[in-house]
Design a protein around this ligand. Structure first.
Ligand code: ADP
Ligand code: NI
Length: 219
């Protein structure tokens, strides 16, 4: 595709996604997409990935998330395909973006989520970096509140899910989410640049949960 058409597609997609996500209250708002897009582009330059595919996939990665569509994993790629077809994007590019969206999500502690291409690896890392650190903590509690989950319940220990079904159906409290996903992300980054950023954010989250549990116990 010629560069001017690519620029046009990105501009229209950004406007579309922004409109869809503005004001969302579960931590999946437009600014999540905005941060993931920017982080993904930074990683993509370091990893020499295709910038157009990376930006497009980052913009569309949560366009119809299974978490908000009764666990339907096929709706994200389908929705992205419809949108990109309406802009006459080349089929092989649509397929690449849709494959990334289909494979991206975290599916449980004991479920691997390999990405087929460097573009996919970069977008997955960027999405996961936005789930850790200070922003990660804020998003976890925003999501928990959105789903009416307890902050913490000492009677309910975490589960290391071995299937996406089990992970999706878990309705546990938000502190468990740190053990079931957020603390595991640093060892699952694909790229070296993302690993380095994740390390720092990981320590901050650990410090936060340590303090949370100490305060809980009145220490
Ligand atoms: P993924 O597709 O890998 O789940 P998302 O971009 O949809 O990635 O982001 C998931 C966000 O939702 C994270 O910030 C995560 O903390 C939050 N989240 C998902 N499930 C839970 C949960 N059970 N409790 C708290 N936060 C959650
Ligand atoms: Ni996301």
């Amino acid at each position: 595709m010629p560069e001017f058409l690519k620029a046009e597609v990105l501009k229209k997609t950004e406007a579309h996604v922004r409109k869809e996500f503005e004001g969302e209250g579960s931590g999946h708002d437009w600014w999540h997409i905005h941060r993931v897009r920017n982080t993904a582009l930074t990683l993509a330059k370091e990893e020499k990935a295709d910038l157009f595919i990376v930006e497009l996939a980052a913009l569309l990665h949560d366009i119809a998330d299974h978490k908000f569509h009764n666990g339907d994993e096929t709706i994200g790629p389908k929705t992205a395909r419809l949108w990109l077809s309406s802009l006459s994007v080349d089929e092989f590019l649509i397929q690449h973006v849709c494959d990334i969206i289909a494979d991206l999500s975290y599916k449980g502690a004991d479920v691997t989520t390999p990405m087929k291409t460097i573009e996919g690896q970069v977008v997955q890392d960027a999405d996961r970096l936005d789930a850790v650190g200070a922003i990660g903590i804020a998003r976890a509690f925003a999501y928990g509140g959105h789903k009416s989950r307890e902050l913490y319940n000492p009677d309910v220990p975490p589960t290391l899910h071995d299937s996406f079904e089990a992970y999706k159906n878990d309705k546990g409290h938000t502190i468990n989410h740190f053990y079931e996903k957020l603390f595991l992300l640093k060892d699952r980054m694909n790229t070296r640049s993302a690993k380095k950023i994740a390390e720092n954010r990981h320590h901050f989250m650990q410090e936060f949960v340590d303090r949370f549990l100490n305060e809980w116990d009145g220490k």
